[in-house]
Design a protein around this ligand. Structure first.
Ligand code: FEO
Length: 397
């Protein structure tokens, strides 16, 4: 990665992972970055590291600024391995006894990952400050955003917030800053990141944003650990988080289905076409054609989630089970739902999908449509009626 100057004496020395396409089950069509930040002052400090595989590349980047042995300490804002994996290698190179600053939970997590006495771990209390010479760093615990150990580091004089995973995007293009990338593209990556990583913690996101506002921190730049950094308009991403954490149902339907012999597909497309005819945004997603992380991204701002599955061996299709298991963990809120599907002789799928939606807290707006074998015109008419019912409800949101 080209070394990016963040502010006077602050550099992004992280790395681009151009070719990663699966980040623990999250589709990363444009790779990702592991941003790490070097502060060069009277003390030289590295904030976060990178994935273990990129340890040497991180050292090479640091060498473009200073001899890595000059680093006085490492701050670990987050212990997940994409940011901490290189810590042992870096410490071995710069001096095993140098401090690694982290939150209380960070100490526990780093010990669990690397051994109890391997690192000189020192706890930074939330709200505490540290001088690097001409700069003041302060620490803010952001528990469960998205791990218990997560914290932010704020560079007071430079007005830079190092936000760990928060405000990140899995994107590795040439752009390093928000003013170098198409805004819609950037916000699309940020939305996908929120939907797949932060959605279940939306209540905590809401509280954190309130807390940060109450602290009156002046924020000129936000530097997350993934993707582009924000200098043109940090409020853009802050406002997006404010909106996303509310989980307000949008005037939009998402149809998530699988099909065996095209019958359930015909039903899905008939429902979708009826909703589209009413000028309401709708996305129809076959679970074997769309990645679960894209499906959950579309689901995040949809007011209606319509699930379709044929009955297979008295059950739903496995690909539906995959997305529903994923969805259960991500806890989307404020959805209305309905189910549909074809069957041969027993027809349990619709009832099972209804149970899933009840467990997810969705408001069931229909008993569901079951069609034996192949839908006839009368069955497709029922699908149109369901499409109309969904549209009516969404129009009144
Ligand atoms: Fe980018 Fe939670 O690690």
């Amino acid at each position: 990665m080209q070394i990016n100057k963040v502010a006077e004496g602050i550099y992004n020395v992280g790395v681009r992972d151009w070719n990663i396409r699966d980040f623990h089950g999250y589709s990363t069509y444009e790779g990702t970055t592991y941003n790490a930040f070097l502060i060069v002052d009277e003390k030289i400090i590295l904030i976060d590291t990178v994935k273990k595989d990129f340890s040497d590349k991180l050292l090479d980047n640091i060498k473009k600024i200073t001899d890595p042995k000059n680093i006085d300490m490492v701050i670990s804002n987050h212990s997940e391995m994409d940011h901490s994996g290189a810590i042992p290698h870096i410490m071995h190179f710069i001096g095993e006894d140098k401090p690694v600053i982290c939150s209380k939970a960070g100490k526990k997590n780093l010990e669990a990952h690397f051994g109890k006495d391997r690192l000189n771990l020192q706890i930074a209390e939330s709200g505490s400050e540290m001088s690097t010479g001409s700069k003041t760093l302060s620490f803010l615990e952001t528990k469960m955003l998205h791990w218990p150990d997560s914290m932010f580091t704020y560079a007071k004089e430079d007005k830079v917030l190092f936000s760990s995973d928060a405000f990140g995007q899995h994107y590795s293009g040439w752009a390093s800053w928000d003013d170098q990338i198409n805004e819609d593209e950037m916000m699309g990556h940020a939305k996908k990141y929120y939907a797949n990583i932060l959605l279940p913690f939306s209540g905590l996101v809401k509280k954190l944003i309130k807390d940060v506002e109450a602290m009156n921190l002046e924020i000129e730049k936000i530097c997350p650990d993934h993707g582009v950094m924000f200098r043109k308009d940090p409020s853009k991403i802050l406002n997006a988080y404010k909106e996303w954490c509310e989980q307000k149902p949008g005037k939009k339907a998402v149809i998530i289905y699988d099909s065996m012999w095209e019958s359930t597909r015909k039903m899905a497309e008939t429902i979708a076409e009826e909703i589209a005819l009413r000028n309401i945004p709708v996305v129809s997603m076959n679970t074997r054609k769309w990645h679960r992380s894209d499906i959950i991204t579309e689901t995040m701002d949809a007011g209606a989630v319509i699930l379709g599955s044929p009955t297979l061996n008295n059950n739903i299709f496995p690909a539906l089970s995959d997305i529903l298991t994923y969805m259960k963990g991500l806890k989307p809120k404020n959805k209305m739902g309905a189910a549909f599907g074809s069957y041969g002789w027993s027809g349990e799928a619709v009832g099972i999908l209804n149970s899933y939606m009840t467990d997810l807290g969705f408001e069931l707006i229909d008993d569901g449509i079951k069609v034996q074998y192949v839908p006839e015109e009368a069955d497709l008419e029922k699908c149109r009626e369901l499409g109309m019912k969904i549209s009516d409800r969404l129009e009144n949101i």
